[in-house]
Design a protein around this ligand. Structure first.
Ligand SMILES: N[C@@H](CCC(=O)N[C@@H](CS)C(=O)NCC(=O)O)C(=O)O
Length: 405
């Protein structure tokens, strides 16, 4: 029987750290895929806020009802379930030193690296100065590890502890994005230690193939179609404008309540229950359905980065959350993948629904015709994530995705 549920994401470093800790004690945790976005509908729901007051991940809900937020607390709780574990050290000093590294990794290392790579991955707004500054502070923090690991095999004592599993897990995304070959050649102790930890069976069972970036990822500005600029009116005075209402607010109340559909999709079996319910209740005069294809698939590299791109797009669609639902996924493998998806939106015009996100023009929007069998099948497939897509005559399997709900 499962020890409990872990709310998080399979490629989220903090989630990975808990999954590795559980695996190392043969503890079965059920991963409940939850957005790393406190504003997403599930994360902001009253039930989840009881487990994680800020709606963040990871969070834990034991089979016995005990709940915890905060990665360090969850990692220690999960590890300590094995009375004989050596992962928490032998002495009080060991234990305190382990907590020291958990805290260092969680609050000094990961947030600095996040501030470096998240804007580069399109998950946060880009500001060159801020990113350059974050990269310096991040490298300084990992420099502390280099110094320590030059003199020590592991972070604490003479064997692997939770400090090693946790810290290595928190660095997985940094290695995949910014700790490139050049940096690695300058930091042999961290690299030797990281390779040892990621090759432990418990780690490999969670992250089968950790990624090593050859070259640090770079910022690529979101592509926008060139639009001719309107000439400014002769005597234009900047007026104090009240914050405009969302244009879709003006539409009449529909009979299909979007939140009902979102709940149905989240809670029921997609093929068996949710999709039949959707088609029974969908009215083409209230909503429209759109195929949404990423325009620059040839520029996608690793599938997790492509999936992050979707996550960032969804975060920027926040202002339209009341009016849209959709699922987008990455199909294929590293260096050979595409982003596809389908959105349901209030009204018949996709522009006001999507133009709240500055990168909306990176996608091509094609209206689907729900009276056509093939278009309905496309919607089903894009929302059920259980069939591959065909790209240039080749089948590409589902890799990962995000649901905007
Ligand atoms: N102090 C928390 C931080 C958790 C955290 O920031 N989680 C991120 C993902 S790694 C998140 O859920 N962010 C969503 C948000 O801030 O809205 C911990 O150590 O677990």
């Amino acid at each position: 029987m499962s020890f409990g549920k872990l709310y998080g994401l399979p490629d989220n470093p903090r989630t990975v750290s808990i999954l590795v800790a559980a695996k190392s004690n043969d503890l079965d945790l059920e991963l409940v895929k939850t957005e790393a976005n406190g504003n997403a509908s599930f994360n902001s729901g009253a039930e989840y806020r009881k487990v994680s007051p800020l709606g963040k991940v990871p969070a834990f809900e034991g089979a016995n009802g005990f709940t915890l937020s905060e990665a360090i607390a969850i990692a220690v709780y999960v590890t300590s379930q094995n009375e004989k574990t050596t992962l928490l050290g032998k002495t009080k000093q060991d234990y305190a030193s382990i907590l020291r590294w958990l805290s260092f990794a969680n609050s000094e290392v990961l947030p600095r690296f996040g501030a470096w790579y998240r804007p580069l991955l399109g998950l946060e707004g880009y500001n060159k100065k801020a990113v350059d500054e974050a990269s310096k502070v991040a490298l300084k923090s990992v420099g502390v590890l280099e110094t320590h690991l030059t003199a020590n095999t592991y972070l604490v004592g003479e064997r692997i502890t939770l400090a090693d599993f946790f810290t290595a897990a928190l660095l997985t995304r940094a290695f995949a994005t910014v700790l490139d070959a050049k940096w690695r050649s300058s930091s042999p102790a961290v690299v030797r230690w990281y390779n040892t930890i990621i090759n432990q069976p418990a780690f490999k069972a969670v992250v089968a193939q950790p990624v090593f970036a050859e070259e640090a990822i770079k910022y690529t500005p979101p592509k926008k179609e060139e639009k001719p600029k309107a000439a400014p009116a002769a005597e234009e005075k900047p007026a104090e404008k009240p914050k405009p209402k969302h244009p879709l607010e003006a539409l009449e109340k529909p009979t299909l309540i979007l939140d009902d559909w979102k709940r149905k999709y989240s809670n029921d079996e997609t093929r068996e229950d949710a999709l039949p319910w959707f088609w029974q209740n969908f009215k083409a005069e209230e909503y429209s359905l759109w195929r949404v294809d990423f325009k620059y698939n040839e520029e996608l590299k690793l599938t997790f980065m492509a999936n992050n791109l979707i996550g960032g797009f969804h975060a920027r669609l926040e202002a339209s959350r009341k009016y849209i639902f959709g699922a987008q996924a990455v199909y294929g493998a590293n260096y050979d993948c595409v982003i596809r998806g389908v959105f349901l939106i209030r009204g018949q015009d996709h522009v006001p629904a999507f133009n709240v996100a500055p990168d909306w023009e990176s996608y091509e929007f094609t209206k689907l015709d729900p009276s056509k069998e093939e278009d309905r099948k496309y919607v089903d497939d894009m929302w059920a994530w259980d069939v591959p897509v065909t790209v240039g005559g080749k089948e590409q399997q589902f890799a990962d995705g995000h649901v905007f709900k």
